[in-house]
Design a protein around this ligand. Sequence first.
Ligand SMILES: N[C@@H](CCC(=O)N[C@@H](CS)C(=O)NCC(=O)O)C(=O)O
Length: 234
Amino acid sequence: MTYELMIGQRSYSSWSLRGWLPFAVWDIPVTLRHVVFYTDGFAEKVSAFSGGSTVPAAKTPDGGVLSDSLAIAWHLAEAFPEKGLLPEAPGARAEAMSLVAEMHSGFAALRGACPMNFRTAWDGFVPDASVRADLARLEALWTHALDGSGGPFLFGAYSLADVFFTPVAARIAGYGLPVTAEARAYADRLLALPEVQDWRDAGLATDTEVPQYEIGLPRLPFPMPERGAPVNHS
Ligand SMILES: N[C@@H](CCC(=O)N[C@@H](CS)C(=O)NCC(=O)O)C(=O)O
């Protein structure tokens, strides 16, 4: 038995991406189950799988049910301590956990105004004051972590903190959000990961356009950076 993971459309489901990336990056076998937003049966399928109403949701090999991306992340970090999903040093580990938690509970304005959409970029998006405040907080968190670790990821080696900010990187790219050159470069490093490129490619190949994600601005090609090197786990 392996893990089972239920996800929505890869082009749009930011929380599904957060749930799936740890399995992909740290090479944890998983069987995917797919559901499609805005179609009949979505709620019933999710409920039958996890008892909840949102994706991602996962089942552990021994039948434990995880109905939230944060629970999936904490569980995998605990179940595979040797894989280093979180930094080892206690201070860095605490800060990484704090960033994951803040991403999970916060940035509501940014998430609301800029739904993740890997299929297109938008021309002329103007963030309002609440989105700009979220971006300022994001830059403060990223600068503190990257300056402290020296990069290339928030805590040096790739961790769950990077996983949780990957959908934000997609928003920065897709909406052309005004961030510092350092923040944009970090966002592009997240999007360059082979696993993220695979996720987007699979979404482009299998998803259909969801009209609810249309925001009424002219479209541009999504500025996906070139495929980068795999994460170094040593
Ligand atoms: N807190 C949840 C949020 C998950 C969430 O909102 N997922 C969205 C997809 S990205 C969803 O399933 N929406 C369907 C719905 O709300 O009916 C988590 O982190 O897992």
